[in-house]
Design a protein around this ligand. Structure first.
Ligand code: UDP
Length: 255
């Protein structure tokens, strides 16, 4: 029986277990027919969680996996424990690999027109996954449009849904509409479709190993990322000023 261990970050359980354990738990959860949402959390998402009540609601009940170095730094500093990072772009790829083996299909929702289609070609080639459908992420915000999108996803028969609308939009969208898509696993994947499509490049391996990918991404588009820099600074000041109330939790079953 697979268990995951968690740390408690301001009341939110965050996975502490390594990638292998996470993937085994996700495989099992899909096998037993569970319906669930996954959040990969970086410092920006942690900042939204700490400051936006609507976002707290959106993250409640989701399986939260640490993505970025900022969050693992905060947890190490305040809880004196290490969490194993699993960047969303890598988790999404591994999920496609799992789905490729099991025959489950994936729907790609988000990013600019044309991007999801290119990402679909890449993922199919590299992982063998079947992409049930794709759709760009620029649409009217009214409920009828969202319900139409849910119907499109549902009719595709996809069991896994990737939502690439950026944070906090994608997690809020999943909280409101995931159930209506009839998919079983929903995950916000941020800019991952852009990476898989080859529109945006990940940092070279040595920069990733130095835990500096976040800086690389900011320097790639400093104007666009200016807001993110401010949010990172605010997050650091919250962690330094208040500390993190939390604890290391017992192992818990996730299936
Ligand atoms: N995006 C979208 N619809 C929107 C806003 C953003 O589909 O209304 C897409 C955007 O094209 C990109 C992804 O969401 O592919 C992530 O956006 P961003 O770079 O802002 O977020 P991050 O990668 O920092 O989470």
């Amino acid at each position: 029986m697979e268990c995951l261990s968690f740390v408690n970050f301001y009341g939110l359980p965050i996975v502490k277990s390594d990638r292998e354990a996470v993937l085994t738990a996700l495989r099992r959860a899909l096998d037993v027919g569970r319906t669930f949402r996954v959040t990969t959390m970086n410092a920006q998402i942690a900042y939204y969680y700490l400051t936006m009540p609507e976002y707290q609601v959106a993250l409640k009940g989701t399986l939260v996996i640490p993505d970025g170095v900022g969050l693992s730094w905060a947890i190490r500093k305040r809880l004196n424990t290490r969490v194993s990072r699993f960047p969303g772009v890598e988790l999404g790829f591994e999920l496609c690999r799992l789905a490729g083996k099991s025959g489950e299909s994936v729907f790609l929702f988000g990013s600019k027109p044309g991007v999801a289609e290119k990402a679909a070609t890449f993922l199919t080639q590299e992982t063998g996954v079947r992409i049930a459908g794709y759709r760009h992420g620029f649409h009217n915000p009214d409920d009828d449009t969202q319900l139409g999108i849910c119907q499109e996803i549902s009719e595709s028969g996809a069991s896994i849904l990737f939502v690439a609308l950026g944070a906090p939009k994608q997690e809020i969208w999943l909280e409101r509409f995931f159930e209506k898509t009839n998919a079983r696993l929903g995950i916000g994947v941020g800019g991952s479709l852009d990476v898989w499509a080859g529109v945006v490049k990940r940092a070279p391996g040595w920069i990733q190993r130095m835990n500096m990918e976040w800086l690389y991404r900011i320097l790639q588009s400093p104007r666009k990322k200016f807001k993110v820099v401010l949010q990172l600074l605010k997050f650091i000041s919250i962690v330094n000023a208040n500390g993190i109330s939390g604890s290391i939790e017992e192992k818990r079953r996730f299936e």
